[in-house]
Design a protein around this ligand. Structure first.
Ligand SMILES: NC(=O)c1ccc[n+]([C@@H]2O[C@H](COP(=O)([O-])OP(=O)(O)OC[C@H]3O[C@@H](n4cnc5c(N)ncnc54)[C@H](OP(=O)(O)O)[C@@H]3O)[C@@H](O)[C@H]2O)c1
Length: 286
C-alpha cells in the first residue's frame, strides 16, 4: 500500500506527485501515456500497471487530468475498487461538474473532495500555494496530510462539493479581468515608448493597493452599502471615456476601453452616478 495515488501525469499531475514525494509520502502513479511516469519512478514512485491497481494501492486517490470527462472515462474502468477510498478531484471544472462528480463517487462507495488549484505547476508545493477544497469534512480530514504537501495555502470551503470550483472561477475572473486591463496598459506604454517591464514592475509593487480596493468593494456589496462614495461612479466613468479617447488618439486597439466604457455607460444610465463603484454589481445583476 502507498499513502496516495496520483492519476494523471501531465504538467500539473507530475508537479503534484513530485510535491508528495518531496514531503516523504509514498505514492503510486498512473497515466494514460505510461512513459510519462518514468521520471517519477526514478524518484521513488510506484507505477501501477492499470487504473484498477492504482486505485487499489492507496486510501487517497488524487485525479488531475484534462477535464471531468477524461476523469470519468478513466474511473469508469475501476469497478468496485473505489469503495472506502477518498477521491480527490483536482481537474478543473464547474460547480455542476463537482456536484455530479460527488454523486458519481458516492454511488461507487467513495468519499469525495473537489479541489481547484490556483497555481501553475512550478508553484505547487510552496507554503502559500492556494488550493480550494470542498466536500465532506471527514474526507477532507483524511486527505489533509497529502493535500498539505501540495500547497500550504489550503482553503477548505465547506461541505458543498461545488464550492471549490466556484471560488476558483470567481478568483480566475478577477485575475484574468486584471490581466486584460494590464495588456491594454502595455499597449498604452508601447504607444508612448515607455518601458513595458517597468510597467509590470510598478503594477506588482502597487498590487496591495489594488487588493485593498477589491476587499473594500466586496464589503460594500455584501452590506449593500453604495452611498457616500470617496470616488463616485461618475468620476470612475470618466476613466472609461478617457480610455476610449486615448486609444483613438494613439491608434491602438480599443477592446478593453469599449468593454469598460460600455459598463460605465450602463451604470450612468441606471442612475448610479452618485454611488460607489461597487454599485456596478447592480448593472450586472439586472
Ligand atoms: N497547468 C496549469 O497551469 C494548471 C493550473 C491549474 C489547474 N490546472 C488543471 O490541471 C488539470 C491538468 O492540467 P495539466 O496542466 O496537467 O494538463 P496537461 O499537461 O495537458 O495533461 C493532461 C493530462 O490529462 C490526461 N488526459 C487527457 N485526456 C485524457 C483522456 N481522455 N483519458 C485519459 N487521460 C487523459 C493526459 O494524459 P496523457 O499524458 O496520456 O495525454 C495528461 O495526464 C487540468 O484540469 C487543468 O485545468 C492546470
Amino acid at each position: 500500500m502507498s499513502d496516495v495515488t496520483v492519476i494523471g501525469l501531465g504538467a500539473m499531475g507530475t508537479a503534484l506527485a513530485d510535491a508528495l514525494l518531496r514531503a516523504g509520502q509514498s505514492i503510486t502513479v498512473w497515466n494514460r501515456t505510461a512513459d510519462r511516469a518514468a521520471p517519477l519512478v526514478q524518484r521513488g514512485a510506484t507505477q501501477a500497471s492499470g487504473v484498477r491497481q492504482a486505485v487499489t494501492a492507496s486510501p487517497v486517490i488524487v485525479v488531475c487530468v484534462y477535464d471531468y470527462k477524461a476523469s470519468r472515462a478513466i474511473l469508469e474502468e475501476v469497478g468496485d475498487a473505489l469503495v472506502g477510498k477518498v477521491l480527490v478531484q483536482l481537474s478543473t471544472g464547474s460547480p455542476l461538474d463537482a456536484r455530479e462528480g460527488e454523486r458519481w463517487a458516492k454511488a461507487h462507495g467513495a468519499d469525495y473532495l473537489d479541489g481547484a488549484l490556483l497555481a501553475t505547476p512550478s508553484q505547487i508545493g510552496r507554503p502559500d500555494t492556494p488550493i480550494f477544497l470542498s466536500g465532506a469534512e471527514s474526507a477532507y480530514r483524511k486527505a489533509e496530510p497529502a493535500l498539505k504537501a501540495m500547497g500550504g495555502g489550503l482553503m477548505y470551503r465547506g461541505g458543498e462539493a461545488g464550492a471549490a470550483a466556484a471560488w476558483d472561477i470567481a478568483a480566475l475572473s478577477c485575475m484574468f479581468g486584471a490581466m486584460f486591463g494590464f495588456f491594454h496598459g502595455v499597449r498604452v506604454c508601447e504607444a508612448e515608448g515607455l518601458s513595458v517591464e517597468g510597467f509590470g514592475d510598478m503594477m506588482g509593487q502597487i498590487s496591495p493597493v489594488i487588493g485593498e480596493m477589491v476587499r473594500s468593494q466586496g464589503k460594500a456589496i455584501a452590506a449593500e452599502d453604495y452611498g457616500h462614495p470617496e470616488s463616485s461612479m461618475e468620476i470612475c466613468a470618466g476613466s472609461g471615456t478617457l480610455f476610449l479617447r486615448q486609444a483613438r488618439e494613439a491608434g491602438i486597439g480599443s477592446e478593453f476601453p469599449t468593454f469598460a466604457d460600455g459598463l460605465f455607460r450602463r451604470a450612468m444610465a441606471a442612475g448610479l452616478g452618485e454611488e460607489k463603484l461597487a454599485a456596478m454589481i447592480k448593472v450586472l445583476r439586472a
